[in-house]
Write a protein that binds this ligand. Structure first.
Ligand SMILES: [Zn+2]
Length: 353
């Protein structure tokens, strides 16, 4: 049976049509803006797996190398995040720019991404979740993947929540993950975490081992912070969807994560990334909190490029995801043109509501 089409198949088709027809180039001057903030998660060699629902969050070192070579060949400056506000406010735009960000603080940044950043002399910012560096918070989306990979059936009833699906084949696992992930993401985060914790127990997965094996410890972060190209940003204590929580919890997660990083690493922390970062996780309330806390910028996962209008919305900046599903220079070039984002955002430079 053929695999059912997903929204990503549609995106890929749009990107390829744009590239093949040159459509992205025709509108480029109106859609490319001043620059882009690139968003990365894992950078590591490709490992084939039939069931890999989080593939979107990883790119290969070779693709990172090709993407940075491409932006340089197109005349972009690669700038630190600290420089982004001035670039947005400049009366006469200089060369277009990209800033590079990596979320969560994965260990593969040191092994696989850093050599590429050094090769291109590319500054980058790593957004650290302090509970990942402590190995006290959990990467629930990866635990959910690992639990479904290990189990041949999911049957769960917790509080008012019930879900059942066979998970024998890769196709069944992919379908179950998609449905469970969408349902849990749309609801209350306490329930989400409880369901994933229960599935991890059944699959005999230790979520603290997951985080310990994948994320940088404070010692490793201290080594990274000494790297002249690196800067460190904050990404909360426990990686919650801030918009779903009480204002006091959200404030504590934002402000205290910065304080802990400053104490542990002895560095300035000028930038913040909202975990998950979509409108249900980060909206005007969170933008205002990050501004009041004195961060220079804060980044979302809303897709988009940067325009001069963003100078007045420095705590609601969109990003261009270097996405594991679109790892070709052609697709990246179309994304960098801004046309897909102009279509997604219906032509508006800003998406900050
Ligand atoms: Zn994150």
């Amino acid at each position: 049976m053929p695999r059912p089409l997903t929204k990503y198949d549609l995106y890929r088709w749009v990107l390829r049509v744009c590239h093949a027809t040159g459509l992205h180039g025709a509108f480029r001057s109106r859609t490319c803006g001043l620059g882009a903030i690139l968003m990365l998660h894992h950078v590591r060699p490709y490992a084939p797996r039939g069931f890999c629902p989080n593939r979107i969050l990883e790119i290969t070192p070779a693709f990172l190398d090709a993407a940075l070579a491409l932006v340089k060949a197109r005349g972009y400056d690669i700038v630190p995040l600290d420089e982004v506000p001035a670039r947005l406010r400049a009366p006469e735009p200089a060369a277009p720019f990209v800033a590079i960000t990596l979320d969560d603080g994965y260990l593969d940044t040191i092994e696989h991404a850093l050599p590429v950043f050094r090769k291109h002399r590319a500054p980058f910012t790593v957004f650290v979740t302090t509970g990942f560096a402590d190995a006290t918070a959990t990467l629930w989306w990866l635990d959910l993947e690992m639990a479904i990979a290990a189990l041949s059936e999911i049957k769960i009833e917790l509080d008012d929540f019930a879900f059942a699906a066979p998970t024998r084949t890769d196709e069944e696992k992919t379908a179950a993950f998609a449905q469970l992930y969408a349902t849990l993401r749309a609801g209350n985060e306490f329930l989400l975490r409880k369901v994933v914790a229960e599935l991890a127990v059944r699959a005999e997965i230790d979520p603290l081992m997951t985080v310990r094996s994948l994320c940088m410890s404070w010692d490793e972060l201290r080594g990274l912070a000494d790297e002249p190209l690196a800067s460190i940003g904050a990404h909360t204590l426990t990686h919650p969807m801030l918009g779903k929580h009480d204002i006091n919890i959200a404030n504590h997660e934002i402000a205290d994560s910065r304080n802990i990083i400053v104490n542990e690493l002895g560095v300035e922390v000028n930038h913040f990334a909202y975990p998950v970062g979509d409108p249900s996780s980060a909206g005007p309330r969170e933008f205002e909190m990050a501004r009041k806390d004195g961060f220079l910028t804060a980044v979302t996962t809303r897709p988009g490029l940067l325009f001069k209008e963003h100078a007045d919305h420095l705590h609601a900046l969109p990003r261009l995801s270097l996405n594991g599903l679109f790892q070709s220079e052609a697709e990246f070039e179309v994304l960098l043109s801004g046309l897909p984002f102009a279509l997604l955002n219906r032509g508006r430079p800003l998406n900050v509501g």
